[in-house]
Design a binder for this molecule. Sequence first.
Ligand SMILES: NC(=O)c1ccc[n+]([C@@H]2O[C@H](COP(=O)([O-])OP(=O)(O)OC[C@H]3O[C@@H](n4cnc5c(N)ncnc54)[C@H](O)[C@@H]3O)[C@@H](O)[C@H]2O)c1
Length: 250
Amino acid sequence: MKLFDLTGKTAIVTGGSTGLGKGMALGLAEAGADVVLVDYVPSDGTAQEIKAMGRKAISLVADLMTIKPIQSIMDETIRTFGKVDILINNAGIIRRTPAIEFSEKDWDDVMAINSKTVFFFCQAVARDMMKRKQGKIINIASLLAFQGGIIVPSYSASKGAAAQVTKALANEWAQHGININAIAPGYMATNNTKALREDSVRAKSILDRIPAGRWGEPDDVKGAAVFLASQASNYINGHILVVDGGWMAR
Ligand SMILES: NC(=O)c1ccc[n+]([C@@H]2O[C@H](COP(=O)([O-])OP(=O)(O)OC[C@H]3O[C@@H](n4cnc5c(N)ncnc54)[C@H](O)[C@@H]3O)[C@@H](O)[C@H]2O)c1
């Protein structure tokens, strides 16, 4: 499977301590990559699993609600591994409140990490990737980049922005050998969707629409992440790949 081989590649995965970020970090490591895990809580469990595969992993603790830590994450990555080949911009939050009561803080917090940090992390890695004329950036969007969602207005706005930024940067950076694409996960069983899964009415209505007949799991995004991080996707730029058990086809 040489086309998907990531041996010798260095990946940064944000939000790598749990959920989809952990799943994708393990997927990249299984394909051969060394991984820098960034999260506001330690990602030691993920790092241990990666090291057990014989890859290298470091866990950096940083609060990505602001763009301040990005430069030091880049510095530490370059110091340890010499380069960045892959970025997965996965760390994200959601706030659920009806729009009529929605607070400025819930708007600003969600937009900060889900879209502003995403853009400036892309910019930081692209500066390194451009030197070698190659790199792979994967932003984690959502089905709510396409649909409005229910009582999550800042989340939908932020994921729409992440998808549009992905396309905008593809237009500028494809010529520099950088592939920037997004994954739009469907309804996945992680902390992000705990409230939905605990609401029996919402949980049933969601499950009823998923042709695959089940919620997604972190393992389900591994394949898309490895594909978009590997040379198998060298002529794919600015694409938003849904991984949703068929939800959008319905
Ligand atoms: N679960 C779903 O159904 C679903 C669907 C579409 C998109 N997504 C997106 O997938 C991504 C991963 O979410 P998940 O489902 O694994 O949920 P999750 O809540 O389990 O994971 C979010 C990750 O981001 C980290 N994080 C949160 N705030 C942070 C901060 N201030 N600084 C640094 N790290 C921070 C968390 O520690 C965690 O590791 C998010 O961007 C989310 O919006 C999830």
